[in-house]
Every structure is written in C-alpha cells, then in structure tokens.
Design a protein around this ligand. Structure first.
Ligand SMILES: [Zn+2]
Length: 237
C-alpha cells in the first residue's frame, strides 16, 4: 500500500486514499489544504513556480507527495499543461529526460500520476517508457483515468511488475456554487479500498477564482472538510 491513508494510520476496515491534484502554482487554498489534519496525498505538478517549495512544505507536514506529470490530451488548451508535458509523440529519450527533471525537482515523490493525458496515456509506447523510469526510481503509478476508453496502463504496468493503482472517484468543483461529483457511473464497490482524486480546478496553473466575495480557496477548504466529514460518516477514517 502506498498512500497515506492506506499506511495503517486509521484502523477502519474500509480504507480510502485521497489525492489532491494540481499543486505547484499560485492557486488559492494551498495553506488551508496544508493545514488539514488528514493523511492526504498531494499530486504536485513538477514544472510550476512553487513545485519544490510546496512539496517540501507538504512533506514536512507529513503529507505524501507524488509527481503529477502533465501528458498530452485530446483537444486541450495548451495552457493547462504548464511549461512542459509528455507529448504523445515523445521518444523514450525525451521521456527519460523529462522524468529525471521532474524527480530532480521533487525528489521526495514516491509515485507519479498523470495530469490530463487522454492522448498520451492511451499510447502504450509512452506508458512503457514512463513506467520503466518509474521502476528505476522505485515509484508507483497512479492512473488518474482521464481517458474515457479503457486505458492500457494497468496491463502494461502489470507486465512490467510496476506497482500501480487507479483513481476510483473523481471530485471536481464546478461551478462555484455547488459540488459536482463525476463520474457517477464508476462508483467503486463498497468492499474495496478506494482511491479518490480531487481536482480543485486546475489550481496548479490558474490562480484561485473569485465570484463576488466568494473565493475558490474558501470553497476548496469547505469542500475538503465536507468530504472528510462525509467519509467519516461512512465509517472511513
Ligand atoms: Zn491535474
């Protein structure tokens, strides 16, 4: 088991691993999330302005860090990738270089998940090259499942004997006034351990949004607390 919650901190029979995506930039709510009293995993975008600083701070507070590597997506706004990303046409040498760069910036990372990537993570060659690098770094792969079709990730990772898992439930905050839980079609079985991904809204790149006197960071915090309370009610944690 690789995630904070799964490390046995809680004795509940049901276990859940919560991963918050898109750290590294100037988004609002970072400090508030760092203050949350739960063993969360922070997925840190490696090539953002504050990637290292935020990862260091989070690690000191006991959170688990993984690299949140941008991958090329179908029909994406290039701005959402950040400065660098793994394209679907990348060569193994280019991937190796980018992976090394990312782990040099985030040496405390124990795994990697994909930021976006509906195009590149559908390409077996890309995944193979990424997974071979992860193997050398003794890191696991968390599939954020950004592809609607079945991803080859699990098959390839299994073939390479790389520790891996995939996100089960994805929470996203849209629009500002309410929480939308997507997708509802892949709710996990109540009997298995669950990995939850939370996307606070491309926070790694965009700054916190504002609507009237309502700030995204406040909503993120409220969201996290509501989620934690809900999980507790379900007997998790
Ligand atoms: Zn992301």
């Amino acid at each position: 088991m690789y995630f904070g919650v799964a490390n046995g901190i809680y004795s509940s029979k049901k276990r859940v691993a919560i991963v918050i995506d898109d750290f590294g930039g100037r988004a609002g709510g970072i400090e508030e999330m760092m203050a949350l009293p739960y063993p969360l995993t922070f997925a840190m975008m490696p090539f953002e302005e504050f990637s290292y600083q935020q990862a260091e701070q989070a690690k000191k507070k006991g959170f688990e860090i993984i690299v949140h590597m941008p991958f090329e997506a179908v029909n994406a706004n290039p701005r959402w990738y950040g400065k660098k990303y793994i394209s679907a046409a990348a060569t193994p040498a280019e991937i190796k270089k980018l992976m090394n760069e990312a782990f040099q910036i985030l040496p405390m990372a124990v795994g990697l998940s994909n930021h976006m990537g509906s195009k590149a993570t559908a390409a077996p060659k890309i995944l193979e090259a990424v997974f071979k690098e992860l193997q050398q770094k003794n890191c696991f792969y968390l599939d954020s499942r950004t592809t609607l079709t079945a991803s080859p990730a699990s098959t390839i990772a299994t073939g390479l004997n790389l520790p891996h898992t995939e996100r089960d439930v994805f929470f996203r905050l849209v629009p500002l006034s309410k929480f939308v839980f997507t997708p509802v079609t892949n709710r996990p079985s109540r009997n298995k351990n669950v990995v939850i991904g939370i996307d606070p809204g491309h926070g790694g790149i965009d700054s916190g949004t504002k609507s009237g006197d309502m700030l995204e960071k406040d909503l993120n915090l409220r969201f996290s607390k509501t989620l934690a309370a809900g999980l507790k009610k379900e007997g998790i944690g």
